[in-house]
Design a protein. Structure first.
Length: 376
């Protein structure tokens, strides 16, 4: 007789604000090549009623795991509205709440009542919590990598760890994500919910995601690199983009920090011997570093051969530094345009990605710059 069984899990929730290209009515599906993890993002609107894009998106993240056969029996009984005595909160039946019987002596669960998470076996609780955390962590990493690869803005503070260890994305505009389970290949069913759970997972913005075959292939390679995470500089730039219209001064300061961090981290990757000195001493002028040092540390790199052709464009970084210092040290209004500084920073961060070996990042650089750099 088997001593274990397969328990399947589904994390499901809303993904607000993003749209899909209308030619992909099926949304996107991604399968981890090294596990049974599967991520689906699709519209809940009927085909043909989506207008210019697929809004009202939902995400579905699935996986499975082996659990003791007793846990399989407990879950199957719970799905059938029966409660098997467990090593959880409930030790004896009948079970009453406020003097009202919710589970009778035979284990029959009353209509409209759902046992809470604390009432299931302790081992199953621990396993379920691990799976819940695993699915959220993987889904959040998927979104972080995808928006970095797709050049799609979004909140920098994607993940917040709440007291109850739930992961929150964009908590100001959040909806509830839910965990489901099943023991067969039939329908998923709600898992019991913790008594005080507010389990929110939402990513908010208004940009489009794409999923053509070449993007899927490139993303799979990015996903397989376990060291790959959305760089801090890109996250800082997102924060600058999000607040630029509301507070241009803060937007400028954060955008400059993104450029400075991105430049330092890039040099640390390419020239590790310079990393300590770079981090411990006053930063050299950004414009001069971009103009002179970047081509020096990439000497012989095929993608840096036309760097001289963008030197005039790089002068904007000098103007950016002047405005940043004018604002930071004297509180004066900036002379340049913040959108130009943000665009400069975004292009440079993706250029750094290219020079670090991420070929897909070339298409994220502005077309005029790609032409000047002879990147096609």
């Amino acid at each position: 007789m088997s001593t274990s069984g397969k328990l399947h899990f589904l994390l499901k929730g809303e993904l607000r604000g993003y749209v899909f290209n209308p030619v992909r009515s099926e949304g996107l599906t991604f399968s981890d090549p090294n596990s049974d993890l599967r991520i689906v993002i699709r519209s809940t609107i009927e085909s043909g009623k989506m207008g210019s894009g697929h809004r009202d998106l939902e995400f579905r993240v699935t996986t499975s795991g082996d659990v003791p056969i007793d846990h399989i029996h407990f879950v199957e009984a719970l799905i059938d509205r029966r409660y098997l005595n467990a090593s959880g909160e409930v030790k004896e039946l009948p079970y009453c709440v406020g003097g009202e019987e919710k589970i009778d002596a035979t284990g029959l669960i009353s209509e409209g009542y759902m046992p809470t998470w604390e009432m299931i076996p302790k081992g199953l609780q621990e396993f379920g919590c691990d799976v819940d955390r695993y699915l959220k962590t993987k889904f959040i990493r998927f979104l972080q990598l995808l928006r970095w690869q797709q050049k799609v803005p979004g909140p920098v503070d994607i993940v917040r760890e709440a007291m109850n260890e739930t992961l929150v994305i964009n908590p100001g505009d959040a909806s509830t994500s839910s965990l489901y389970w099943k023991t067969t290949h039939e329908y998923y069913h709600y898992t019991p919910r913790p008594k005080s759970e507010m389990n929110k997972v939402v990513l908010g913005d208004s940009r489009g995601l794409k999923w053509p075959e070449h993007v899927c292939r490139e993303f799979t390679e990015l996903w397989k690199d376990q060291t790959a995470d959305e760089p801090l500089a890109h996250q800082l730039l997102r924060e600058a983009q999000n607040i630029a219209n509301k507070n241009h001064r803060s937007g400028l300061m954060i955008a400059y920090a993104a450029l400075e961090v991105g430049l330092k981290q890039h040099i640390s990757v390419i020239a590790p011997s310079a990393a300590w000195l770079l981090m411990q001493t006053q930063s050299p002028p950004i414009y001069k570093t971009l103009r002179d040092y970047i081509p020096l540390i990439h000497k012989g790199h095929s993608d840096i051969g036309h760097w001289n052709s963008i030197k005039n464009w790089l002068k904007l970084a000098d103007k950016f530094t002047t405005d940043r210092n004018r604002l930071a040290h004297r509180g004066e209004e900036i002379q340049g345009k913040l959108p130009e500084y943000i665009s400069l920073t975004e292009d440079l961060l993706y250029i750094f990605d290219v020079l670090e070996g991420r070929e897909w990042a070339k298409s994220r650089v502005s077309s005029d710059l790609r032409k000047k750099l002879n990147w096609g």
